[in-house]
Design a protein around this ligand. Structure first.
Ligand code: 4NP
Length: 172
């Protein structure tokens, strides 16, 4: 079969956007951000992917960190375990650094705490970038569990609740 010419593709893409917005289907691209990208944001990525799949939503979810210590590593084993206990596999994720182009690609950048918020806002180029950045839980932080093993289970619950709230807010 012949491929689509550019204008045919543009027409079909426009049609897709029109139908989607008419049906109030919002295709979201969400980036979860924390400091190390090994504890909280990998959990947020895995939990959100799990929930949107359950809801039948075709959203794209990724995560990144503002610190570069763990680039290329998998998530912290304590996050892997607490997720696995709830039937979610995050073990294949690979830590990456936040990049400026994430402001262009993603619709929403959800940070875990105020420190992540100020780190990301310091990199924002304009109001359009700034408008995309929110704390996952709105007004309260997801605490950093890195130095406290006992925090991983409650952090999972906080992130799960935050993700459910985001789905409620943006899925219709
Ligand atoms: P995260 O936790 O931001 O939830 O991934 C941390 C992981 C590593 C470090 C700090 C926080 N660290 O300093 O290496």
């Amino acid at each position: 079969m012949r491929g689509y010419a550019d204008d045919e593709f543009a027409f079909l893409y426009h049609l897709h956007i029109c139908i989607s917005s008419h049906l109030h289907i919002h295709y979201m691209k969400i980036l979860m951000v924390c400091l190390g990208n090994i504890c909280r944001s990998p959990l947020a990525e895995g939990i959100m992917q799990h929930l949107v799949k359950q809801e039948g939503l075709n959203w794209e979810i990724d995560s990144a960190g503002t610190g570069d210590w763990h680039i290329g590593n998998g998530p912290d084993r304590r996050s892997v375990k607490v997720a696995r206990d709830q039937g979610i596999d995050i073990s294949k994720q690979v830590c990456r650094l936040f990049r400026i182009s994430d402001f262009d690609y993603f619709d929403l950048i959800l940070v875990m705490d105020e420190s992540n918020l100020s780190n990301i806002l310091a990199m924002a180029r304009n109001d359009e970038d700034r408008k995309k950045v929110k704390m996952l839980l709105g007004d309260k932080p997801v605490p950093d569990p890195y130095f406290d093993d006992a925090q991983f289970a409650p952090v999972f619950k906080l992130i799960e609740a935050g993700c459910k709230e985001i789905i409620k807010q943006y899925s219709h």
